[in-house]
Write a protein that binds this ligand. Structure first.
Ligand code: DGJ
Length: 748
């Protein structure tokens, strides 16, 4: 990897084994983007890439010069108002009312490694040789507002991490009304725009459309990254697919309001903007104050969507997630939520845990309802002390009982919220986000604590830390069950109200940072009514997240498939639940529920005592299977094979590092009678290795399985009987392939 600067042509070339990123300083000092794509040879002069155009109705920067119009130049951090008419990366409101700015190159530094972003989650290096960082120092000469643009190129893979920092070096107060993390102009628009959208219980469904002239975007103004859209988009060439072709992924390491936008102009160039949503954003910068944007990661590959995802998986698994659980296979858990909801006693909980322990489950999680006056969702949030009527010896005693069973104990919190029926609200009614003179909207009878105020974060920290210090707790599920409304903080003046959404998220990050630092051994799982804040920001603190409140195996195929485009399998919380399913009333076979949940963190969300003996035996086998294969499933290389968004069959697989073992999940929604012959081409195997297929006991070379495919034709073909096991709706299979040198056979 290298970052080179040519003083004569004032050109930067960031290059590693996969990509080249090239940009140049324009004569006026603005930064222009020249190339982002597959690695190319280094040259001292790439100026031919700077295409300018002299066109009618074009405005030019310099008198007498008809070459430099920023409208026709691909820029690194475009601003509006001086010849560029596209949506800008930044907007600065000045005391005289002007919104025009012009950031010009002053100098740069190139350093090994990657600097941390104060107060914000970001990718990191463990060794400074893993990455190099270019910092461009720009300045607007009129306001003296400095802009630092950070570009980190990682040694391997097509990864560039970017962010921007503004520092007011002038004497007048400024307001940043827009400060995006990334702006990138691409030379054409021959792309499809992929985004991951949905709603509660159907999060991150893959959506795809052709880029067209105009603006297309996804975003959130809910205060959380949201169920509705995810801070992740992909541009792919129309011919690119899972196995091949050019794709660029753009991901924002942030958990609050965001905007991810593609603007195609009249000349078919594409501007990508990614960052904090500019609506309602207004950050006041007094003299010497600075503002750091969240980090955006962009990844390029010419090898298709699976490769793009695998690069994100590895980066986010190893250099975004942190802590002792980062590299560890995750404990198989049982959570009491769908088993009991609020209706539990200590005895019932221990009963559920004991049966789970008998089945081999390792961690018992007590969900909502254990604290304050909470017997339903109308009361108690904010009062983080155990309800002694339910738990006579408090959390400490329950945790002890669970540990005596030989299991770990985990606990649910919803730290950011309060019910009006709580001691906390009665004492501090002014601690919620609410706007003077207006009524406060609720969500699930709860209100949002003003986490932009450090004293409130301190208070919640002390409440949580007290329990964690007293009781033996190995896991925390951190929930968040409503979006923000009437966003206003009583602690800030009028001209800082546009900061509250972001300050709120900084407060959430601060609480996470303090808890994960004081309790480094605790495994954190993030949750927001399921997948309402499933984003890279939280992965930095919590290496796994509850992907969705929808536990139906069929719905989960889409949710987990969509989630896998950006997020590693080790981060996707997925459980087996009871049937009929509580969200859809659907009945799916137990094996399909497990076969889906294996491709995630795996656990149970039911009372195993209520299963038949035969089912309990099946659960024991599932747990044994997961223990055997979880490292491969969670940390192996994951491939999407067959999309639930395209048809009746879904398939995916995970392969271990030395390609000696693979697990393939195959799922069919509706059964078919006397159906066609079917095969699925596998990926990621060693073409030279011979594998035994557990389903038929036969041997196949990797090249056979990857070229002609794994035969999945349903042997029953509508006629059950004899040795043939009848198939059904919502059926699934797991194929396990083992290299024969391992299974004792030899290959020739
Ligand atoms: C929403 C979560 O997603 C559920 O798993 C559960 O924890 C409930 N909240 C509890 O209120």
């Amino acid at each position: 990897m290298s970052i080179r600067y040519n003083e004569h042509t004032r050109t930067f070339h960031l290059q590693n084994d996969t990509i080249s990123y090239i940009m140049t300083v324009l004569p006026g000092g603005q930064m222009a983007g020249l190339y982002f794509g597959s690695r190319i040879h280094h040259k001292e002069d790439f100026s031919y890439l700077l295409e300018t155009a002299s066109r009618p109705m074009t405005s030019y920067l310099y008198e007498g010069d008809r070459t430099i119009s920023l409208e026709h130049i691909k820029q690194e951090y475009g601003v509006y108002g001086s010849t560029d008419y596209r949506q800008p990366a930044a907007e600065v409101i000045q005391e005289n009312g002007s919104r025009i700015s012009d950031f010009r190159y002053i100098r740069h530094t190139i350093s090994e490694g990657k600097p941390a972003l104060p107060g914000l989650p970001a990718t990191y290096t463990e060794d400074s040789s893993e990455a190099e960082t270019l910092t461009l120092f720009l300045k607007d000469p009129v306001t003296n507002l400095s802009l630092k643009l950070f570009y980190t190129i990682f040694a391997r893979g097509g990864i560039i991490a970017r962010s921007a920092r503004f520092i007011n070096e002038g004497t007048k107060t400024l307001h940043l009304s827009r400060a995006m993390s990334l702006c990138m102009d691409l030379p054409d628009s021959d792309y499809e725009f992929l985004h991951f959208s949905g709603a509660w219980a159907r999060e991150r469904h893959l959506k795809k459309r052709k880029l067209e002239q105009g603006i297309q975007s996804v975003g959130s103004m809910r205060g959380n990254s949201s169920h509705n859209h995810n801070p992740f988009i992909i541009l792919k060439r129309p011919s690119a697919d899972e196995e091949k072709g050019e794709c660029i992924g753009f991901s924002l390491i942030y958990s609050g309001n965001f905007l991810a936008q593609a603007e195609v102009d009249a000349y078919d160039t594409t501007r990508i903007l990614l960052g904090i949503h500019p609506d309602c954003f207004d950050w006041k910068l007094e003299e010497n104050e600075s503002f750091q944007t969240p980090e955006a990661v962009m990844i390029y590959t010419s090898h298709g969507l699976n490769h793009l995802s695998q690069t994100f998986h590895k980066l986010y698994q190893k250099r975004l997630a942190r802590g002792v659980w980062r590299d560890r296979p995750r404990p198989i858990l049982i959570n009491n939520w769908e088993a009991t909801y609020f209706d539990f006693t200590q005895e019932r909980l221990v009963d559920i845990a004991a049966k789970a322990r008998d089945c081999g489950v390792e961690l018992f999680v007590l969900d909502d309802g254990w604290f304050g006056a909470r017997r339903n969702d109308h009361a108690g949030l904010g009062d983080w002390t155990a309800n002694r009527k339910l738990l006579p010896g408090g959390i400490t005693e329950l945790a002890k009982k669970i540990e005596e069973l030989g299991m770990m104990f985990g606990l649910w919190f919803e730290p950011e919220m309060v019910n009006k029926d709580s001691e906390l609200y009665r004492t501090h009614p002014d601690w919620i986000l609410s706007t003077p003179g207006r009524s406060s909207s609720h969500g699930r009878q709860q209100y949002v604590l003003d986490f932009s105020r450090p004293e409130i974060v301190d208070y919640i920290y002390e409440q949580m830390a007290k329990i964690l210090r007293e009781a033996s707790i190995s896991y925390i599920k951190w929930d968040m069950n409503r979006s923000i409304t009437e966003c206003y903080s009583y602690a800030y003046p009028a001209d800082r109200q546009g900061e509250i959404f972001h300050r709120y998220i900084l407060g959430v990050y601060d609480l996470y940072e303090r808890l994960t630092s004081e309790f480094p051994k605790v495994l954190f799982e993030s949750c927001a009514s399921g997948g309402g804040r499933f984003d890279p920001g939280l992965l930095y603190y919590a290496p796994q997240g509850w992907a969705s409140d929808d536990t139906d195996a069929v719905e989960r195929l889409k949710i987990q498939y969509g989630t896998s485009y950006c997020y590693p399998i080790s981060s996707i919380g997925s459980h087996v639940s009871i049937t009929p399913n509580h969200q859809l009333n659907r009945i799916t076979p137990l094996h399909t529920r497990a076969n889906t949940a294996y491709f995630g963190t795996f656990g149970y969300e039911l009372d195993l005592n209520k299963l038949t003996e035969e089912e309990q035996e099946a659960v024991k086998q599932q747990v044994l299977f997961m223990k055997k294969y979880r490292r491969l499933l969670q940390y192996g290389t994951f491939y999407r094979l067959c999309s639930p968004f395209d048809g009746n069959v879904t398939a995916w697989m995970a392969v271990n590092e030395d390609k000696t073992c693979a697990v393939i999940g195959w799922y069919r929604i509706l059964n078919q009678t006397n159906s066609s012959f079917t095969r699925i081409r596998l990926q990621g195997l060693d073409p030279e290795m011979c594998y035994t297929n557990n389903m038929d006991g036969q041997s196949y070379f990797g090249d056979e399985l990857m070229n002609l495919g794994l035969i999945t034709t349903d042997a029953a073909a509508g006629e059950a009987g004899g040795d043939i096991i009848p198939s059904c709706d919502f059926d699934s299979r797991l194929y396990i392939l083992k290299a024969e040198s391992l299974s004792g056979k030899s290959s020739s």
